[in-house]
Design a protein around this ligand. Structure first.
Ligand SMILES: NC(=O)c1ccc[n+]([C@@H]2O[C@H](COP(=O)([O-])OP(=O)(O)OC[C@H]3O[C@@H](n4cnc5c(N)ncnc54)[C@H](O)[C@@H]3O)[C@@H](O)[C@H]2O)c1
Length: 330
């Protein structure tokens, strides 16, 4: 029998690709978004599929969420499993400094959506957390930072930025608590720097670099970029990890999974790679501004998800940037 999926933030980078990977495969997907950081354009190619239904709803609107719950309860008997995936969040770095903005959706919204999943009788809840929780401890010489490592966080004395990570960390506790109390199965995922060829937000580092290089032949970056290194995960791979977890029920023990690549690159080399793909030799970088409490390196150890689900990323950074550049040329 088919699975019924309920996805919040469905027109966002993770949500829209999840729909693409789930429809046409004996599943039914109900998704909603309030277009805080996306538009219907991202799911245009799947909107007419009979196994996908979209609603313009806000996760913080109790009346809309009640309507959703009633619909799900009515439909659920026709499906073998009911799976909730929470992708709705206030995500981009520019919002991280505004505590109220992120708290309402990322913490209260996540908790209300988890309660809804439990009340609707869902089998599984996938909570999208973030690698930001590693804060100043985002890297380790021992093959990357692990889920079980202790966390050293910057605090309000250093930067308001950590409020986003603190909120996401709290959602991991809600998730674990619900599983420990046998209310549902599920897990939290700590993604690191997801990108996509369809990103609307040119402030994320990869679309920002590509847009600026294409328009001006140069790119403005923070001073931090002189030393920062990152790994980048293509959204097809972040979504295949979510789906792999939903298929490995023994992995849904309430714990946390790192989801990332191990292909670390300096931001300077990333600009060079983007320049090369755009046919620009020696792209100019203008350094301006500085961000407090920004970790210099972020490398996640992904042995846990690889061992428990067999998941591995399939898209190299070179291939991912190539896809972004092709899309930009359209
Ligand atoms: N992109 C990354 O690098 C990254 C890294 C770590 C964690 N994550 C997490 O993964 C999840 C998905 O992120 P994404 O990359 O798809 O981000 P995204 O911004 O592309 O998608 C989030 C979606 O949530 C929607 N949304 C925001 N507030 C809402 C509300 N009140 N009601 C309904 N919808 C709302 C937005 O409009 C957007 O479409 C988030 O929980 C995010 O914190 C992402």
């Amino acid at each position: 029998m088919k699975d019924l999926y309920v996805i919040s933030g469905v027109t966002g980078m993770t949500g829209n690709e999840l729909v693409r990977q789930l429809v046409g495969k004996e599943n039914h997907v109900i998704g909603f978004d309030n277009f805080f950081a996306s538009s219907l354009h991202t799911v245009e190619d799947v909107l007419d599929k009979p196994d996908f239904e979209f609603f313009e709803y806000d996760i913080n609107n109790a009346e809309q969420m009640d309507r959703l719950k009633a619909k799900v309860k009515e439909m659920k008997t026709d499906y073998s499993r009911l799976i909730y995936i929470n992708c709705a969040a206030v995500v981009h770095t520019e919002h991280f400094y505004y505590v109220n903005r992120t708290f309402e959706t990322n913490v209260l919204g996540m908790k209300a959506f988890l309660d809804q999943a439990i009340e609707a009788g869902a089998e599984i809840y996938i909570n999208c957390s973030t690698s930001e929780v590693y804060s100043m401890n985002s890297w380790s010489a021992d093959g990357g930072v692990r889920e079980s490592d202790f966390i050293t966080m910057a605090n309000a004395e250093h930067s308001q930025r950590t409020s986003y990570a603190t909120g996401k960390l709290l959602t991991e506790f809600f998730m674990k608590d619900a599983v420990m109390e046998h209310k549902i199965k599920g897990c939290s995922i700590r993604f690191a720097n997801v990108y996509s060829k369809n990103e609307l937000y040119p402030k994320h580092i990869i679309p920002h670099i590509l847009h600026e290089l294409k328009e001006k032949g140069s790119v403005e970056l923070l001073e931090n970029s002189k030393v920062n290194k990152r790994t980048f995960l293509y959204n097809e791979d972040s979504c295949s990890a979510v789906i792999a977890l939903t298929q490995a029920e023994e992995a849904l023990d309430g714990s946390v999974y790192n989801v990332a690549t191990e292909e670390e690159i300096s931001i300077i080399d990333l600009v060079k790679l983007c320049g090369k793909k755009l046919g620009i030799d020696n792209p100019q970088i203008i350094f301006k501004g500085y961000r407090e409490s920004d970790p210099e390196r972020r490398v996640l150890n992904t042995e846990k998800i690889r061992e428990r689900t067999g998941w591995a990323p399939a898209v190299t950074l070179d291939a991912g940037i190539e896809m972004c550049v092709k899309e930009l040329a359209k």
